[in-house]
Design a protein around this ligand. Structure first.
Ligand SMILES: [Zn+2]
Length: 326
């Protein structure tokens, strides 16, 4: 797919400077010299700008800044930006905001913004990335996705999975080492296939229970051990919708840090048409014609709302509609 690199969270060519991860002296010096550190609170990056229009950017602060005071562990190293230099991120989930509405946080839709008392003048706040992601520049999106993916892994993997001892962050956040048994653990990325299944001029969409009203998207599923991308596409579509898939081709990928997926966008040709849904996975699935999908994207369809903007499903459907999948 020629335009694959225009998907949200596509690579911006960030220099991840892997050689610097082991260079304690260089990391220390960068932080001492005021390198930017992005705080995240319970998976929500601190952003600044216009929260109403969505024109925001990550709010980096130097080490020692009061906003970073409740850091759980050392900062993780994101890479070297051409302009800003070395950049880091830190998890401050230990901070407790004064008035936090627990019911709103971590759900499918979280519209709350938490503001640290030391950021009163700057207007910076912790916002759900899914809500703000389409307003970020390509570079900022890569930085924030990397920070979120890496820090969420540290936050949820504090113990060695081999012996159960508490593990320690190493190499500026790019692995965890177990001081008890010596095992090394690396940040995980879970491969997921997401597929545009077509039957001539129709495309297969479905919705899972619990999704926002009317929202339909492409079918997707985790790749299992011992499985190829093509095999996973065919299995998932058969399991979820009872459709047999023939030829499968790869289109483009998207890192999806909610919390650790790599979405692998594929196209598949249906060999059968009758849909039989698995009610555990799907609430509904249906074939949608090209003209109907145009109505969906225009917001005029009575029963279907489009997949979330920024998500690869939206990206692939948009390109299918305008005949730009190749
Ligand atoms: Zn261990």
């Amino acid at each position: 797919m020629k335009r694959a690199e225009t998907v949200l969270f596509a690579s911006s060519g960030l220099d991840r400077a892997a050689e610097m991860r082991r260079d304690e002296a260089a990391l220390k010096k960068a932080l001492k010299d005021g390198a930017g550190v992005l705080p995240l609170w319970r998976g929500k990056p601190m952003l600044e700008g216009d929260f109403e229009t969505g024109a925001v950017s990550p709010a980096f602060r130097p080490m020692g800044h009061p906003t970073l005071a409740k850091a759980r562990e050392a900062p993780v190293f994101l890479g070297r930006d051409e302009t800003a230099g070395p950049l880091f991120a830190v998890d401050i989930s230990g901070w407790v905001p004064a008035d936090v509405d627990e019911d709103q946080i971590g759900g499918f839709v979280d519209n709350t913004v938490q503001r640290h008392p030391s950021e009163e003048k700057t207007g910076a706040g912790f916002a759900e990335l899914r809500r703000m992601m389409t307003g970020l520049s390509v570079r900022d999106a890569e930085l924030v996705a990397t920070a979120r993916g890496l820090l969420e892994w540290h936050r949820t993997h504090p113990f060695c999975s081999r012996c159960g001892a508490a593990s320690e962050m190493a190499e500026a956040g790019w692995h965890r080492a177990c001081p008890s048994c010596g095992a090394r653990h690396f940040p995980r990325t879970d491969p997921v296939v997401i597929m545009l299944i077509t039957d001539g001029e129709r495309v297969l969409v479905g919705r899972s229970p619990g999704w926002p009203e009317r929202m339909y998207s492409l079918l997707a599923g985790f790749i299992e051990p011992g499985e190829t991308v093509e095999g996973a596409v065919r299995r998932e579509v058969m399991e979820e919708a009872g459709i047999k898939v023939g030829r499968v081709s790869y289109l483009s990928s998207q890192p999806w840090p909610f919390p650790a997926s790599l979405m692998m966008g594929c196209r598949g040709e249906a060999l059968s048409r009758e849909i039989t849904i698995d009610p555990e996975e799907l609430e509904d699935a249906r074939w949608v014609s090209r003209s109907e999908m145009l109505e969906v994207f225009a917001g005029r369809h009575p029963e279907i709302a489009p997949a979330r903007k920024g998500a690869i499903a939206h990206f692939l459907l948009e390109h299918w509609l305008s005949d730009r999948l190749d």
